[in-house]
Design a protein around this ligand. Sequence first.
Ligand SMILES: CC(C)(COP(=O)(O)OP(=O)(O)OC[C@H]1O[C@@H](n2cnc3c(N)ncnc32)[C@H](O)[C@@H]1OP(=O)(O)O)[C@@H](O)C(=O)NCCC(=O)NCCS
Length: 208
Amino acid sequence: MLLGPSRRVRRVDAATVDRAARRLAAEGVAHLVTPALHLADARPFLAAGFAPREELHLLRRSLRIETPEPDHPTRPGRRWHRELALGIDATAFDGFWRFDRTNLDEACRATPHHRFRLIGSDGPVGYAVTGRAGNRGYLQRLAVDPVAQGNGFGRALVADALTWLRRRGADEVMVNTQERNTRALGLYRSMGFVDEPHGLLVLERRLA
Ligand SMILES: CC(C)(COP(=O)(O)OP(=O)(O)OC[C@H]1O[C@@H](n2cnc3c(N)ncnc32)[C@H](O)[C@@H]1OP(=O)(O)O)[C@@H](O)C(=O)NCCC(=O)NCCS
């Protein structure tokens, strides 16, 4: 089960996290995982017995520099395309990182505005969700079916996201990815993203 700080509370303390974990354990939950947290937000979870599960690289790109044009067309993803996107997601990500319907809906709802795009010449083989809150953009999700990888679809989805964000007045965009995801890191860095000094942590605590 996912347990994270509430958006309504500025900071939680370790005792509050521990109480929530114990309550969930009493309800039969065996394993807790946090969303990706900055170190400051991770501290109370670490103090409450959570341990690092994954370290994520955080990258930032200015939208004031030139944005490449997508060299494959993308098309709008509609609500009814979300199941199809989840099918692509399941081929692109392994178990822990794979999105279910709730994760995808949350990624779309995480910011006041979002863009959901599909790509592929004979039917969709990739998709991206990009969010925008004020002048900041977020690459929320990007996946290309392994059978179609290496053809420029990932690059075109990112270029589409950057173009959309720029048109809507965003001036920077953030993305995070697993430390060992050389492919995604290579893609982002080659498109002008720069590593942030500190990454994000996904934590877990086993209750049973
Ligand atoms: C990351 C991902 C979206 C890239 O999609 P793709 O369609 O294969 O990407 P492209 O063909 O556009 O290649 C884009 C760039 O990736 C980089 N890249 C590709 N393979 C690479 C490799 N083995 N090592 C390092 N960089 C690599 C290159 O910079 C490449 O650009 P170039 O071929 O023009 O030099 C795809 O690999 C994927 O879905 N991976 C699993 C899910 C995932 O990791 N999503 C992103 C997590 S945030």
